[in-house]
Design a protein around this ligand. Structure first.
Ligand SMILES: NC(=O)C1=CN([C@@H]2O[C@H](COP(=O)(O)OP(=O)(O)OC[C@H]3O[C@@H](n4cnc5c(N)ncnc54)[C@H](OP(=O)(O)O)[C@@H]3O)[C@@H](O)[C@H]2O)C=CC1
Ligand SMILES: CC(C)(CO)C(=O)C(=O)O
Length: 318
């Protein structure tokens, strides 16, 4: 297989770097200063066994990729960026290219499937950081990620088998899952913490807000009647595979990183915002998640300081 990692930031950078180090052909898609740094000095991967420089072809558009029948796209942009990336891919990639959504949330899969019949999803357990142009940091070592994979809407096939085998060859844990969305819905519940981590000062009030938002998320998914991997199954799958390295520890999750990098946008509409959407569809009120979305949007789009809000004020308004 050949890989095009569309969005070579924290997650895509770590996946692409490991595939490249394992000898697999990889093209990285990035943009701006990050792309310029990759082109000038290679992509730098900081991991538990030192600093690696990845000299793989890099571009900012699918039109510059040499597409072949065995190319697979790993889509690792943030969910709110997926429409533009998929639009570029639709214009320039073969229609039958497999598109593997390595994103949090559960929205990119539908967007990809609308354009690409061979759409796949990965449940991304890969704590990583991207704050500096040209550099990605994997927080766990020796196994940096658990990347279980399945086809959308369901099932497994020769592509899930081949991609999982390549990911394992590159040192990541990966199993095929016939109902990958059930795993991703459990991960979505975990990502309800993202907006709280990004926007509110840490402490009891923030913990309480996260707890209430999680309870809403569980209620919403139950009302939606969809499959969700249980917390116990999820814990047992993760086991002790991901070993955190204190020297590589992250200062915040992926949403915090968007705020810290002042990107001017955020994925929150697809994390707590997905709970809000599902609540509206299924008649479940979601005030805590609505408040988290509003707070995070305010900081992201207004260029505010991460963790500068007081969750006590939000709690008292619920
Ligand atoms: N970081 C983490 O620890 C984890 C993240 N995830 C999930 O993984 C997904 C990716 O997140 P993450 O890796 O953190 O995000 P990053 O912002 O670190 O990486 C995404 C990269 O894609 C680039 N990009 C976006 N759109 C385009 C485009 N149209 N053309 C070229 N480049 C583009 C971004 O550029 P720019 O910076 O200019 O926007 C950025 O470099 C998200 O869904 C996230 O929730 C899951 C588990 C852990
Ligand atoms: C759950 C968490 C915070 C850890 O990797 C994550 O998925 C993220 O940073 O988006």
């Amino acid at each position: 297989m050949r890989y095009v990692v569309y969005g070579a930031g924290a997650v895509g950078g770590v996946i692409g770097a490991h595939l490249h180090l394992a000898g697999l052909p990889v093209t990285l898609v990035a943009r701006g200063q990050h792309l310029a740094a990759i082109r000038a000095r290679g992509l730098v991967l900081d991991s538990g066994n030192g600093r690696h420089r990845i000299h793989a072809p890099a571009t900012d558009t699918a039109s510059e990729v040499g597409w072949t029948d065995d190319t697979v796209v790993i889509l690792a942009v943030k969910s709110h960026q997926a429409a533009a990336a998929l639009g570029d891919l639709r214009e320039h990639a073969p229609t039958r290219v497999p598109v593997v959504c390595a994103t949090n949330g559960i929205a990119t899969e539908r967007a990809a499937l609308r354009l690409f019949p061979r759409t796949y999803a990965v449940c991304v357990m890969l704590p990583a950081t991207h704050l500096e142009p040209g550099v990605v940091v994997a927080a766990c070592h020796p196994t940096p990620a658990i990347l279980d994979i399945g086809r959308i809407p369901s099932g497994t096939d020769a592509t899930t088998a081949a991609v999982a085998a390549d990911l394992r060859k590159a040192g990541m844990a990966s199993e095929e899952r016939a109902d990958i969305l059930a795993s991703k819905r459990r991960k979505l519940l975990m990502n309800i913490g993202n907006g709280v981590d990004a926007s509110f000062a840490q402490g009891d009030a923030a913990d309480e807000l996260a707890k209430r938002a999680l309870a809403e998320g569980e209620q919403v998914l139950a009302a939606a009647g969809v499959t969700v991997v249980s917390a116990a199954e999820d814990e047992s799958r993760r086991g002790s595979i991901l070993q955190r390295r204190p020297e590589l520890e992250r200062r915040g999750g992926s949403t915090w990183q968007s705020l810290a990098r002042r990107t001017g946008d955020s994925e929150i509409d697809y994390l707590s915002g997905e709970i809000v959407l599902q609540g509206r569809l299924h008649g479940v009120p979601t005030p805590a998640n609505e408040a988290i979305v509003a707070a995070t949007r305010r900081l992201a789009y207004g260029g505010g300081v991460p963790r500068s809000l007081d969750a006590t004020e939000v709690l008292s308004s619920l």
